[in-house]
Design a protein around this ligand. Structure first.
Ligand code: SF4
Length: 360
């Protein structure tokens, strides 16, 4: 769902073993506390490739420098200014050449760390929820289709008008496409989205008696519905667990080194082995909430992040607590959320509803 892009996920086949449970440690639940907490803690031990790279690079540099003491430019030049990718490659090569520099994390350690991060996230975001407004499966599936290439906020600001005029699949199936296009214009790609939601509604009417089916295999046959959309619907409207691998989820699980996979299907399959099936839906919400509020794509707010002590990628973003605090979004930064009608738990935690379209 995704405020960003729809990304497909794979089904929930994977193992759900839970080798061990650890008790969670407390984390602040508001924007200010994390900043203090993160600031108070020592920078975490880095397990990331970045460290391996840096560690691997030093010997390479030294070796080059020693080799060409008298000759000027060439010897110095090579190691001095490498692009990050080159540094990684150089670091890896040097590391490989020198044999093992650091022990890879064991499977058990990865399990424990992943579970611990999710427990922390559950404390930071006890109100995590799907960020699309909906009252029934039909509204959720339509809203999820509309959320491709735009924010959940924009979808939430647009769907009240759509559902007021077309409250059922039958209504939307019989709609004049041009009228629907006008309503959907603010969500972008409105012609294609109009086609999708009308086609989707027709399929619901013709093949499923006007009801959204509750099975993955049926959902993915609907126009405009991929596995990610299907899992959003199953997890949030039918209570059937699923992992939603959107752009935030992909970025964060790689930063945390839960997986090295880059394809959504493979990411989903690997992450599914780290958590019990019953936790998949909430895990997805936790990770996506964190990606939207703190661990942003371009400027992660590491200095205000309660996960800093557990994160191999700490330092990828701003580490100064005051500067990092300014990067926080939504309720963590004191701003409105994405839903016009958020759950009460969100309001109780100080979250604010999003404004309607045109109001801000
Ligand atoms: S990269 Fe930075 S913001 Fe993201 S989880 Fe790690 S410490 Fe937090």
């Amino acid at each position: 769902m995704p405020g960003e892009k729809a990304v497909e996920t794979t089904g929930g086949a994977a193992a759900e073993k839970a080798p061990e449970q650890q008790s969670g440690s407390g984390s602040a639940a508001d924007g200010a506390a994390p900043a203090k907490k993160a600031a108070a803690r020592k920078p975490p031990v880095k397990r990331s490739p970045a460290k391996g790279t840096a560690a691997g690079e030093a010997p390479a540099k030294k070796a080059s420098a020693r080799k060409a003491p008298a000759k000027k430019a060439p010897a110095k030049k090579a190691p001095a200014k490498k692009a990050p990718a080159e540094r990684v490659a150089a670091g890896k090569a040097a590391t490989a050449a020198k044999a093992v520099v650091r022990k890879p994390e064991s499977r058990t350690a990865l399990f424990r760390r992943a579970r611990r991060i999710d427990r922390e996230l559950a404390e930071i975001y006890p109100y995590a929820h799907p960020e699309l407004d909906f009252v029934d499966p039909f509204q959720l599936i339509v809203a999820t289709v509309l959320s491709a290439q735009t924010t959940d906020l924009r979808v939430n600001q647009t769907t009240p008008g759509l559902f007021a005029k077309y409250p059922t699949p039958e209504d939307l199936a019989a709609a004049d496409p041009e009228e629907v296009e006008e309503i959907l214009r603010p969500t972008g790609f409105f012609r294609a989205k109009t086609k999708s939601v009308i086609g989707l509604s027709k399929a619901l009417v013709e093949e499923f008696g006007g009801e959204v089916p509750g099975r993955l295999e049926d959902l993915v046959k609907l126009p405009g519905v991929g596995r990610k959309t299907a899992f959003v619907v199953l997890g949030n409207a039918f209570g059937r667990p699923g992992i939603t691998v959107d752009t935030h989820f992909q970025r964060l699980v790689r930063r945390w080194q839960w997986t090295e996979q880059t394809e959504p299907d493979k990411i989903e399959a690997e992450i599914a082995t780290l958590f019990p099936k019953s936790e998949w839906t909430m895990l997805s919400h936790h990770v996506i909430f964190h990606g939207r509020r703190i661990c942003h794509a371009r400027k992660p707010a590491c200095g205000a992040c309660p996960l800093a002590p557990l994160c191999p990628a700490y330092g990828e973003g701003e580490t100064d607590p005051e500067k990092a605090k300014k990067l926080l979004k939504y309720e963590k930064g004191g701003f409105p959320g994405q839903r016009l009608n958020p759950p009460q738990s969100y309001l109780d935690a100080g979250g604010r509803p999003a404004p309607p379209l045109g109001a801000g």
